[in-house]
Design a protein around this ligand. Structure first.
Ligand code: BES
Ligand code: ZN
Ligand code: ZN
Length: 501
């Protein structure tokens, strides 16, 4: 999609579909009111007759019968101006693009609500203009996403090619639109990687995707096959990979920005391309969505791909220990003991707690890159979905500043992250009689136990945070911004975080 800005004046309204914001039962901007006059008060009448208040999410489509160049107007509720939020703009843009597709138009237009002056305008100005632009572009790109690769007939043709924003702050909004487009497209890329079925999105295919990204400017890729993984001594990771006929691949992407490098971040993604549970086999229902167990790795790849476009000024190592978790004849057995790359031994009592085994070795490798901070993202525990539901990720770690910064990035990007405590006492239950650790903890607090386990492989001197994305990485509901399936959750949070680090 192409994004442009135009000054907020009637002669600039040329798109066939125009989105107009409504707040507290009236049009939000002077341009909106001018258009209403041209239409002989049509909009005001509709607002009155239908008692449209302009609650966030409300919308109404009107025809203009040739009285202004836009054939249709979409009234979009912007909610209470006291509660302005970039998320409202994302949703508005997504609705606008979806309506444009339905009407088979190629170009849509919306006005920046901060242009309105008065109380409404100044409320929207509280969101910096580049973030307003970014929100609009993100919503448009996310709202346009469909996963049609496996459909024989394309029944939802996408016609909208151009998205115009009417604004008096063309430069800043334009900059934001550029950023939002990259953020949105990165999210959609992660969605595709997750939505492609596990038998196609194998570890080999993930390696191929990493190799492609490694050819982009300022990026390099190192990919280790089973031999290389053995040579590095990643016994925990290999214990997971044993049960599958698909070979594992360890991915290491490296982004080096131009200019003097100040800081280095390691980003580790859980990359289990299918989690059957291994011999501790999952039930049929819980397995249905387990192609999404590589959502962390998908987010990592999507982030790495976007870094050169955003010219992010920090060095980033993107790492994933990719494998299937299968119960084949050579699968690891409950009670087996594996030696991790760090030297610590692990008694594997439940082969379904495989993510932490792959992450343990991946984190050891990541710390050898000497990062200033390490962040892992993983669909790690069902317990996190029970605790926080499917709209909120859990975050745990050893450094409050890092955690706070990630939560703040999430807030800006409309991705909810909630901190859980690392309860030290629970560590007792991770001790094994026969090895240094076991891979399952006590009965309760599964998300905390998972993070405590991974914490055993971190360095207290290196800030570390773990984001458990088990809930929000997948959705069972269609929404304006995302159809059912992989959501690409956390990509935008990570990009925002890295752009500011
Ligand atoms: N991939 C799952 C976690 C998961 C569950 C992600 C539901 C998304 C939705 C993970 O590998 C797993 O199976 N974890 C176990 C750990 C347990 C055996 C200690 C779990 O959460 O039940
Ligand atoms: Zn599992
Ligand atoms: Zn898993």
């Amino acid at each position: 999609m192409i994004f442009h800005t135009r000054p907020p004046r009637l002669p600039q309204v040329k798109a066939s579909l125009l989105g107009l914001g409504v707040s507290k039962g009236s049009l939000a901007t002077p341009l909106g009111r001018e258009i209403d006059r041209r239409l002989g008060g049509l909009i005001t009448n509709v607002l009155k007759r239908e008692e449209l208040k302009g609650k966030a999410g409300e919308m109404r489509l009107l025809e203009t019968h040739g009285k202004i160049p836009a054939a249709n107007i979409l009234l979009i509720g912007l909610g209470d101006p006291q509660k302005t939020d970039a998320e409202i703009l994302r949703k508005a843009a997504a609705k606008l693009v979806r309506t444009g597709d339905r009407l088979h138009v190629s170009s849509v237009m919306i006005e920046d609500p901060a242009g309105s002056g008065g109380a409404t305008g100044s409320a929207w100005k509280k969101i910096p203009s580049d973030l307003r632009g970014a929100g609009l572009a993100e919503g448009a790109v996310l709202g346009h996403y469909r996963f049609n690769l496996y459909k024989s007939s394309e029944n939802h043709a996408k016609t909208v090619r151009e998205f115009l924003v009417l604004t008096s702050e063309e430069t800043a909004i334009g900059r934001g639109l550029g950023r939002g487009k990259i953020f949105g497209e990165a999210t959609n890329f992660a969605r595709d990687l997750v939505n492609i079925p596990a038998s196609d999105m194998t570890p080999r295919r993930m390696a191929l995707e990493a190799r492609k990204i490694g050819r982009l400017p300022r990026l390099t890729a190192r990919i280790f096959d089973r031999k290389g993984i053995e040579r590095m001594g990643m016994g925990c990771y290999l214990a997971v990979a044993r049960g599958s006929t698909e070979p594992p691949y360890f991915l290491h992407l490296h982004y080096r920005p131009a200019g003097k490098i100040q800081k280095k971040i390691a980003l580790i993604g859980k990359g289990v391309t299918f989690d059957s549970g291994g011999l501790s086999l999952k039930g049929a229902q819980s397995m249905e969505t387990m192609k999404d167990d590589m959502s962390g790795a998908a987010a990592m790849l999507a982030v790495m791909k976007a870094l050169p476009l955003l010219k992010v000024p920090v060095e980033v190592h993107g790492i994933s220990a990719v494998t299937e978790n299968m119960p084949g004849g050579s699968a690891g057995k409950p009670g087996d003991i594996a030696r991790s790359m760090s030297g610590k031994t692990v008694e594997i009592l439940n082969t379904d707690a495989e993510g932490r085994l792959t992450l343990a070795d991946a984190i050891t490798y990541a710390l050898r890159q000497k990062p200033n901070a390490a962040i892992d993202v993983a669909t790690l525990t069902g317990a996190c979905v029970i605790a926080l539901g499917d709209l909120c990720s859990g975050i745990l770690g050893n450094n409050q500043k890092l955690i706070d910064d990630l939560i703040a990035s999430g807030r800006r990007e409309g991705e909810r992250i909630w901190q859980l405590p690392l309860v030290d006492e629970y560590r007792e239950e991770l001790k094994s009689n026969v090895a240094d650790l076991k891979n399952v903890g006590g009965k309760w607090g599964g998300t905390i136990n998972g993070a405590l386990f991974i914490g055993e492989f971190t360095d207290p001197k290196v800030p570390w945070a773990q984001i458990d994305i088990a809930g929000p990485s997948w959705t069972e509901k269609d929404s304006d911004e995302c159809p059912k399936g992989g959501t690409g959750h956390i990509v935008r949070t990570l990009l925002d975080f890295l752009s500011r680090y």
